[in-house]
Write a protein that binds this ligand. Structure first.
Ligand code: E4P
Length: 225
């Protein structure tokens, strides 16, 4: 089931959940800040527990807020303990290319049985190595890839082919949606999921010509009374 909502906004999640058009939620520290979460890790845990309860059994991805290896491990265990449907997001590497993260991903998946979503990835090769480390989800940021002048569809297609060819079970999530057309084109290119910001999901539903057509039906129904 291909669409996740990329938000920490409870009202937006409730709205699209009731329509039956989302199958999970993704967040990151930037999204949570924008959606009013304060209070450090306590605030993150409180909002995450609320979202996880609301969408269960669908998955929620929540990101660690540190790049210290020991603290990443501790936070990942705390976040995963919030609810059965919480997956923990860990970036592919640190802000200066530090290489601790995939070791932590591997340890959390294999030793602690915690589902990890490796995030902030911009290329198929990064995603391949995250999948080999054991990640349940690999998140490629399609909009950012396109903004760098590359074609996200090419990266998605190559990645899906390689994962399938080698029987790697990681699921591909494409985030960083910028345009309504991204959702279908990225799914068609091979993504298992696209995570969509609420405004774009509304843009997928509402069409100017549909508005005009509905108005015509209602006007003619009124005339026929
Ligand atoms: C994906 O999981 C991320 O939360 C998100 O889509 C990043 O998008 P951005 O490029 O708009 O920050």
């Amino acid at each position: 089931m291909p669409i996740f909502l990329d938000t920490g906004n409870i009202g937006e999640i409730e709205k699209y959940l009731k329509m039956g058009v989302i199958r999970g939620v993704t967040t990151n520290p930037t999204i949570l800040l924008k959606d009013g979460v304060k209070g450090g890790m306590d605030g993150v845990k409180k909002r995450s527990a609320e979202i996880a309860r609301l969408i269960a059994p669908y998955p929620l991805s929540v990101e660690v807020t540190t790049n210290d290896p020991k603290m990443m491990l501790d936070q990942a265990r705390e976040l995963a303990a919030l609810a059965e449907n919480v997956n923990v997001k860990i970036t592919i590497h640190g802000p200066n290319g530090e290489l601790d993260n995939l070791r932590i991903v591997h340890e959390l998946e294999k030793t602690h049985d915690i589902r990890i979503n490796v995030t902030a990835m911009m290329s198929a090769q990064q995603c391949l190595l995250a999948a080999m480390a054991g990640a349940t989800y690999v998140s490629l940021f399609g909009g950012r890839v396109n903004n760098m002048g590359y074609n996200a569809c090419d990266e998605i297609g190559k990645l899906r082919n390689v994962l399938d060819a080698f029987g790697l079970p990681a699921k591909i999530i494409i985030g960083s949606t910028r345009e309504v057309l991204n959702v279908i084109e990225w799914l068609e290119a091979g993504a298992h999921f696209v995570t969509v910001v609420p405004s774009l999901l509304e843009g997928m539903i509402v069409h100017p010509y549909s508005k005009e057509t509905v108005r015509m039906f209602l006007d003619d129904a009124a005339k026929a009374r």
